[in-house]
Ligand binder design. Structure first.
Ligand code: AMP
Ligand code: MN
Ligand code: MN
Ligand code: MN
Length: 285
């Protein structure tokens, strides 16, 4: 049996609920043997996570999930095996994090227009010092104040396109994000393609461009894909000669599509992004 792998999850450095150490311990307790931490737009949790993995004798892969704007849509690109001290990557991510503060102000302004005050401070209260501010933190504030019963319904009601708390934002370009990942020695993986609602033509266009820009893999098995989407994206990966990745996108207890360690194997037509990685052979801790 190959080791159980999870190449996508979040800690308190971005919008997860567990600290990097606790997240690694949790993954370990759930049977994950090879883990990557992929916080949104930040690599600040990698050193702590890697240290805990080492203590536990677990294999760890560096990672990040970069927010990108492409044709006026938001996409997420995961960078695996990035070097966390590569300056252009760090500067690029710092730029995205700074722009998140401006966006948060915009979100708070639009929420106050519909009579919801105090959301900026309320959302920041849920962030870690120097951590990113995201819609998830606004969601936690809105749930706390009783505007919706849970994160899922709060997004639907307030935080998605066309709703009062949504604020149009320009993220990094796909070219820049891919350049930072490649420059830092990393592997670019298109995160959860089934979530973009692009339509067939635009999806094909995206996969083509992603590949042209050096993209290596797409997430086929992820917490937010249905079983049908595993098959759909396995076929697309095959068609575009892209490798396949797998990750839970876990955000913490009660904030997860699926518990860690529970994702199925990739469909058999997939070529795994981890093929040939030394982390996958048992003699490499
Ligand atoms: P942001 O990058 O600030 O736009 O926040 C995006 C994050 O919000 C994602 O990474 C998810 O963790 C979370 N999110 C997005 N859509 C939903 C949803 N419909 N329900 C729950 N969480 C969501
Ligand atoms: Mn998230
Ligand atoms: Mn994502
Ligand atoms: Mn994610």
């Amino acid at each position: 049996m190959p080791p159980h792998i999870d190449l996508h999850c979040h800690s308190t450095v971005s919008d997860g609920l567990l600290t990097p150490s606790d997240l690694v311990s949790h993954a370990f307790s759930q049977g994950v043997e090879v883990l990557s931490l992929t916080d949104h737009d930040d690599v600040a949790g990698l050193a702590e996570a890697s240290a805990r993995a080492k203590q536990l004798g677990m294999r760890f892969v560096t990672g990040v999930e970069i927010s990108v704007s492409w044709n006026r849509r938001t996409l997420h690109v995961v960078g695996l095996k990035i070097s966390p001290d590569y300056e252009p990557l760090l500067t690029g991510l710092a730029g995205i994090r700074a722009s998140r503060h401006t966006r948060a102000q915009g979100m708070a302004d639009s929420l106050s227009k519909i009579g919801i005050g105090g959301s900026l401070d309320g959302a920041y209260k849920y962030t870690r010092r120097d951590g990113i501010i995201s819609r998830t933190h606004f969601a936690r504030f809105l749930v706390e104040k009783g505007y919706a019963k849970d994160t899922r319904s709060v997004f639907k009601k307030y935080l998605v396109k066309g709703k009062p708390g949504y604020f149009e934002h320009r993220w990094a370009s796909l070219e820049d994000a891919m350049g930072w990942i490649a420059g830092s020695g990393g592997i670019a993986v298109l995160a959860h393609p089934g979530r973009y609602d692009l339509g067939r033509t635009n999806m094909l266009k995206l996969l083509h461009e992603f590949r042209e820009l050096g993209g290596a893999a797409i997430e086929v098995v992820t917490g937010s894909h249905t079983k049908d989407q595993y098959q759909e994206f396995a076929k697309l990966a095959h068609q575009f000669d892209l490798l396949a990745s797998k990750g839970s996108d876990y955000h913490g207890p009660g904030h997860a599509y699926i518990e860690m360690g529970r994702l199925p194997d990739l469909p058999s037509i997939c070529k795994p992004v981890w093929q040939g990685w030394p982390e996958m052979s048992l003699d490499t801790p």
